[in-house]
Design a binder for this molecule. Structure first.
Ligand code: F6P
Length: 381
């Protein structure tokens, strides 16, 4: 027999934070409360659900947070089915589900990226609870949505960084390699690279050839341009590295395997850059050797995830959040709220969780970059 609706929902933020999380919490909470639904905020992502840490969310609490970066609920990368607990990694799904029922929730609203979509789907499939998700990440790589919230804010920070690097690179006649986040997707680097007018843009989807990059820098020199800016995504691979990865038949790169041994704490793949020399440093060192031009490196890192959301993201977050509130009022659960054209719409969660949305090689942004003479590292320009 179906359980009677309690009129209460839980909300959590999981995975890496980004600008706009507070704006979405506000949108969901205000719209839900408008429909008479009570809201409970769960601390630190799925860990808070397992550890039963939560707080009531009311109107005064979500007032004045629209423009605040981060998430006032806290976040973590913990997964219910693989959670480090007291020195062990345990499947805590049953505990998470039991706490959901203890709180008498009708639905758990999960704000997060790819990992969160998968974890929410697992709770739905294995635990039989209602979930509703929203696509958050600066990486812009969640499937079934045209855009994720947080991406525009991070892109504007990275663009401003490239602008600033331009002036100093010009003064010192240097090559500056700017490393941009995005995990294994190139959206952030490609978007900021085009918006900032980078001379070379390297993304994970398009393996680069070092000679091609060096030649494009030398050609700039010969034409009288005495500086160059390279926007390099953190996940880039050379043509050779990409071949090695492919020939490893789906296994992660050797280096990633080594790191997986080192990090036994249940860390995500994103942890890799903590112990690996940033790709930008390797790139800069080699390009300095090949071109004879002095090179420097700037890794933007978590600066891209901090601070207030842009106006675009505030609007997007409010639209997504209030759409979620509307769906909750209709008991329309087990979907992700995605952006399709001008609309925020429910999309199948199973499809959103199934894959990552990386830059397709026929994407118009790549054509745009090539037409303004940007080297993408694959062919001579
Ligand atoms: O997924 C968002 C992201 O910022 C990626 O771009 C990056 O690879 C990763 O998170 C960094 O993770 P962490 O904050 O855990 O170091």
């Amino acid at each position: 027999m179906a359980r009677k609706a309690s009129g209460t929902i839980g909300i959590l933020t999981a995975g890496g934070d980004c600008p706009g999380l507070n704006a979405v919490i506000r949108g969901v909470a205000k719209a839900a409360m408008h429909h008479g639904i009570k809201v409970i905020g769960i601390h630190d992502g799925f860990r808070g659900l397992v550890e039963n840490r939560y707080m009531p969310v009311d109107n005064p609490l979500v007032s004045g947070i629209l423009a605040q970066g981060g998430t006032f609920l806290g976040s973590s990368r913990d997964k219910p089915h693989k959670m480090p607990m007291g020195g062990k990694v345990l499947d805590m799904t049953e505990v998470a589900v039991a706490n959901y029922h203890k709180l008498n929730l009708d639905c758990l609203v999960c704000l997060g990226g790819n990992g969160t979509q998968k974890n929410a789907l697992k709770l739905l499939q294995k635990g039989g609870i209602n979930v509703l998700t929203l696509p958050k990440t600066i990486d812009n790589d969640v499937a079934e949505t045209d855009i994720t919230f947080g991406f525009d804010s991070a892109m504007s920070i990275a663009t401003e960084a490239i602008d600033r690097l331009h002036t100093t690179a010009t003064s010192h006649h240097r090559i500056i390699v700017c490393e941009i986040m995005g995990h294994s997707a190139g959206w952030l680097c490609l978007g900021a690279g085009i918006a900032g007018g980078a001379d070379v843009i390297l993304i994970p989807e398009l393996p680069y050839n070092m000679e091609v990059v060096a030649n494009s820098l030398l050609r700039r020199q010969r034409s009288g341009k005495r500086f160059s800016i390279i926007a390099a995504a953190e996940g880039i691979l050379s043509v050779q590295e990409a071949q090695e990865q492919r020939s490893a038949k789906g296994k992660k790169r050797k280096l990633q395997d080594e790191i997986a041994h080192t990090i036994k704490s249940g860390g995500e793949e994103g942890d890799i850059h903590l112990v690996q020399e940033p790709v930008a440093s390797r790139l800069a060192r080699r390009l300095q050797q090949l071109t004879g031009v002095e090179a420097r490196v700037t890794s933007l890192g978590h600066v891209q995830r901090g601070g207030p959301p842009t106006g675009f993201d505030r609007l997007l977050c409010t639209r997504l959040g209030t759409k979620a509130g509307e769906l909750l009022a209709q008991h329309h659960y087990n979907v992700m709220v995605g952006v399709k054209g001008t609309l925020c719409v429910p999309v199948p969660l199973a499809k959103a969780a199934a894959t990552k949305r990386i830059v397709p090689l026929d994407h118009p942004w790549l054509g745009t970059a090539r037409l303004v003479g940007t080297c993408l590292g694959d062919i001579e320009v």
